[in-house]
Design a binder for this molecule. Structure first.
Ligand code: GCB
Length: 594
């Protein structure tokens, strides 16, 4: 699904701002048929949970309503009019006046509806969006709704970050021409110094397709006609980590005049796994950076351009060249920014917590089998497949995205894991044969227990030696970590990287001893991991957990959220941030050249 863009033939209106808001009345009434009851207003984009002080709203399980009036510009006569929701977490229903026009499951990918027949240029309509944050055993991510002893419905889930819900990204009104570009797929290759840009254009209706490739100055460097083909760019400027050079593929539909025009940013680069190396443009690449979250005070998972800019400034300051979109697809604005600034992205689906052992308090003993008809089942897998389709469809043209991560910490040691994941790995490869695939492996599905690693190209490990095991004993943790990594190297001749390692640290807490939760312990633990990484061949990257502290589910395991950030939630550096900066910016050090 193409991102909304203003072009010579398309117009966009962002419907961000304050919307009327109500919790679903659950009395069988149909709130979209009139003005919502009550006087609440909610900001879009933002998760709704932290906006209000009423715990009944914050912890509500089920549907909530957003509503506003929208005027269609008078100049849109003869155009198709679309409503697009960038994300409704985790399910959305869109109503134009009294009519249901779109339904979608999956909280982090966009959906849209053509509402042309229901609206009139120059006139207003009532736009209502119902959003549900409910998670079940067949949603991605999964969860479970319990009834508490006090009779309240309570959402539980198998991941630690707080289950923010609502409309965390923009909602749009768009015009597109009656015959328009529906989708564009771009692939790139390098032959000597020539860049090769493959393209495939889908249109909605008959029209001639013309494509032109413009360089960053807007000068045309290649052109072609037809819905698919190849453009050759002699002396191409490549997209590289640290230098996000972008061309623009201008796709035009022509019927005497240009009837639709749509630009796609293109970075010419290649990605390849060869032996134990991860190659970008044929050069070995070592990932430095973080697992992140979309998380900030009050907005929750709401996209915020100020945080976007600041977070990327901090990535640059600390010398990070990459991040993983743990544990869901991030806002498209984030990937656009990464494209422009040469930051490398591992793009993850929202399939986190396919692991019932997590409910057992990280004991490694699942209370129920993870993969069974009653738990994670065929329906879950269908939702997971759909999540993969939507992720790849949305993000396939981003040069920053170098690898798809299909899931975080599944129970890959349990029976049923292989049957569950094999078709999903095949699907991802069919959808995108150009990028490697991976998944993030959990510590208790070690090299001798895991049943799925051979289905993937890169072994990504999340490890908490020195935190959840051998806590406070970094010497033992070092021995365990090294043995763990060496066994993975022995078992699979594939690149290995660490996609999570870290320790909670309370900013301001200090000690001269190895005391967990101090800033020193967090830094010492990272230092110990780095010593081990530097001793292992075929090791291709280190992404610390986490970039910043973040809000977590209520429970006894966290005090005021997850504190494994090397920055606080308000983005102030802890001691660990300075340590990473030293390592990642040292000339010739890890991650160099940048
Ligand atoms: C993990 C998860 C991550 C958690 C982290 C932690 O393994 O992948 O989502 O936040 O551990 O801090 O426990």
């Amino acid at each position: 699904m193409l991102k909304p863009r203003d072009t010579a033939t398309r117009e966009t209106i962002k419907l961000d701002g304050l919307w009327r808001f109500a919790v679903d009345p659950a009395d069988g009434s149909e709130p979209w048929r009139g003005a919502l009851a009550g006087d609440l207003e909610a900001a879009v984009p933002a998760s709704y949970n932290d906006l209000f002080v009423d715990p009944a709203i914050r912890d509500h399980v089920g549907w909530v309503w957003y509503q506003r009036t929208v005027r269609v510009p008078r100049g849109w006569t003869g155009e198709r009019v679309l409503v697009r929701v960038d994300a409704a977490t985790h399910a959305g229903r869109v109503y134009v006046d009294d009519a249901l026009v779109a339904e979608h499951s999956g909280g982090y990918t966009p959906f849209q509806a053509d509402v042309t027949e229901l609206v009139r240029p120059g006139e207003e309509f009532r736009l209502s969006i119902a959003v549900s944050g409910e998670l079940t055993n067949t949603t991605i991510p999964p969860g479970r709704v319990e009834t508490t002893a006090a009779g309240r419905r309570r959402q539980t889930y198998l991941h630690d970050f707080y289950n923010y819900a609502g409309l965390p990204r923009s909602v749009w009104l768009l015009s597109v021409p009656p015959v328009h570009v529906e989708d564009v797929t771009v692939t790139t290759a390098i032959e000597g110094t020539t860049g090769v840009v493959g393209f495939a254009v889908e249109t909605d209706g008959p029209a001639e397709v013309r494509v032109r490739l413009l360089d960053a100055d807007g000068d045309q460097v290649a052109e072609a006609a037809g819905p698919s083909g190849e453009l050759r760019v002699p002396e191409a400027v490549l997209w590289r980590p640290g230098a996000g050079y972008l061309y623009t593929l201008l796709v035009e539909l022509v019927d005497d005049a240009v009837i639709d025009s749509y630009p796609v940013p293109v970075g010419i680069r290649t990605v390849e796994v060869r032996g134990t190396e991860f190659l970008i443009n044929g050069d070995p690449f070592y990932f430095t950076g973080f697992g992140k979250h979309e998380d900030s005070a009050v907005r929750g998972k709401g996209h915020d351009d100020a945080y976007l800019v600041h977070d990327f400034q901090l990535l640059d300051w600390i010398g990070a060249n990459s991040f993983r979109t743990s544990h869901y697809p991030y806002a498209e604005e984030v990937l656009d920014f990464a494209d422009r600034h040469g930051i490398v992205v591992i793009d993850e689906t929202a399939a986190v917590g396919l692991n019932l052992a997590m409910g057992g308090g990280l004991t490694g003993r699942p209370p129920l089998p993870t993969f069974s008809p009653e738990t994670i089942n065929d329906e879950t897998r269908a939702a997971h497949a759909q999540a993969i389709r939507e992720l790849i469809n949305r993000d396939k043209n981003h040069p920053s995205v170098v690898m798809w991560c299909l899931t975080n910490e599944p129970a890959s040691q349990e029976d049923g894991a292989r049957a569950y994941f094999e078709p999903l790995a095949t699907l991802a490869r069919e959808l995108d044969p150009t990028r490697p695939i991976t998944y993030a492996n959990v510590m208790f599905a070690g090299p001798d227990q895991d049943q799925i690693a051979d289905l993937f190209d890169v072994i990504c490990l999340n490890r908490y030696h020195g935190w959840y095991v051998a806590n406070g004993d970094l010497a033992s943790a070092e021995v365990k970590l090294e043995a763990d990594l060496r066994r993975w190297v022995e078992r699979h001749g594939k690149p290995i990287m660490m996609t999570e390692y870290g320790a909670d640290a309370m900013p301001g807490l200090h000690s001269v001893w190895d005391v967990p939760w101090t800033e020193e312990y967090q830094a010492d633990l990272l230092r110990m991991y780095h010593r081990v990484f530097d001793r292992i061949d075929g090791f291709v990257g280190e992404q610390v957990w986490n970039f910043a502290d973040f809000r977590t589910a209520p429970g006894i395991h966290r005090v005021d959220g997850n504190k494994k950030g090397v920055f606080t939630r308000s983005r102030d550096p802890k001691a660990a941030a300075h340590l990473l900066r030293e390592r990642w910016t040292a000339p010739g050090g890890r991650g160099a050249p940048r």
